[in-house]
Design a protein around this ligand. Structure first.
Ligand code: CP
Length: 334
């Protein structure tokens, strides 16, 4: 299995997006198009969710080789609300446990007329590799790939920021915590760099920040005082213990004291700064209850936007896979 990011592989012969493997190489117009389409699926809290018919007759399979709540459920809801049949393969009880390869699993589901594979895996490269083996009408969607990429999360974060703060071109975005192991931070950076932003700051202890040749142009900050000063957006990240050697996991209490987003540390940022977190949260470690549930928190809006963004991506990619002509700008949710 190769570990290419898939930025070329995700396009069809006409240059359109057929898969979504990474936000690398996705243009500003394409991102704006997807966000605009996602907006048509957003409904105020308490209203019935948006529905559409663009996936009627299609089948979407969710294959998650790593745990997930938000991404898996939102892909399931997104597909169902667009009329698709949805398969959630339980990897523990599937024939993978009897030694069947991932590729044979894909071929088996494809033979049952699965049109979209939604994949999450702890190892780099799986979505791009699978995309090389699927039929021409089939789309592959990256739902979280190792520490590298989580494209729909990057889109939903960009959508949330634009909804609440408008134009991103002058914003200071501070991403705090375990950036080294974070596919969320990398995809947010890709989306916001393409859309335009003021400054992207990576805030945390040296051992939790990525190497200097990654996320080039982002400013590294060792303290919250430096990193949050004047920030418009504060994105807290979970310590990804599952990707760290036991000995390197920071002590939760001292980490919270130094890097936790609390009412006190949030006061370093611009007044009213947006607080974001991709979830799952470890309350009392990277974020306090009062901030997570406070008036500046956009966390529930991020979750809600996740369904809308995944509806937009599913609708767009499947239309491209079946009919690779440029999309009309008139599509609206049913
Ligand atoms: N943000 C995110 O990927 O959450 P899940 O792991 O619950 O899907």
């Amino acid at each position: 299995m190769t570990t290419d990011s898939g930025s070329d592989r995700q396009r069809d012969a006409a240059g359109g997006l057929r898969h979504l493997l990474t936000l690398e190489g996705v243009s500003r117009d394409e991102i704006l198009w997807l966000l605009e389409l996602a907006e048509t699926f957003v409904r105020p809290p308490g209203e019935l969710p948006a529905r559409g018919t663009s996936l009627v007759g299609r089948t979407v399979a969710n294959l998650f080789f790593e745990p997930s709540t938000r991404t898996r459920v939102s892909f399931e809801l997104a597909a169902a609300r667009l009329g698709a049949d949805v398969v959630n393969l339980d990897m523990q009880s599937s024939s993978r446990a009897k030694g069947e390869s991932v590729l044979d699993t894909i071929y088996t589901l494809q033979a049952m007329a699965v049109d979209v594979f939604v994949l999450r895996d702890a190892e780099p490269g799986l979505p791009a590799w699978i995309s090389r083996h699927t039929a021409p009408h089939v789309s592959v969607l990256n739902a979280g790939e190792a520490h590298l990429s989580h494209p729909t999360q990057g889109l939903l974060d960009a959508l949330t920021i634009r909804q609440l703060l408008g134009d991103t071109s002058r914003l200071v975005i501070a991403v705090v915590g375990d950036v080294r192991h974070s596919r969320v931070a990398r995809s947010a950076w890709q989306a916001l760099r393409t859309l335009g932003m003021g400054e992207f700051r990576l805030v945390g202890p040296r051992e939790l920040l990525p190497a200097d040749d990654e996320l080039r142009g982002a400013r590294r900050c060792a303290t919250l005082a430096e990193g949050l000063d004047g920030a418009d957006v504060v994105m807290a990240l979970r310590l990804q213990r599952e990707r760290m050697a036991e000995a390197r996991i920071p002590d939760a209490e001292s980490y919270h004291r130094e890097y936790g987003i609390t009412a006190r540390s949030l006061a370093l940022a611009r007044p009213g700064a947006l607080v974001m977190h991709p979830g799952p949260m470890n309350r009392g470690v990277e974020i306090s209850d009062e901030v997570a549930d406070g008036p500046q928190s956009a966390i529930q809006q991020q979750v809600a936007n996740g369904v809308a963004v995944r509806m937009a991506v599913l609708a767009h990619l499947q239309r491209r896979a079946r009919d690779p002509t440029p999309p009309s700008r008139g599509e609206r949710a049913g």
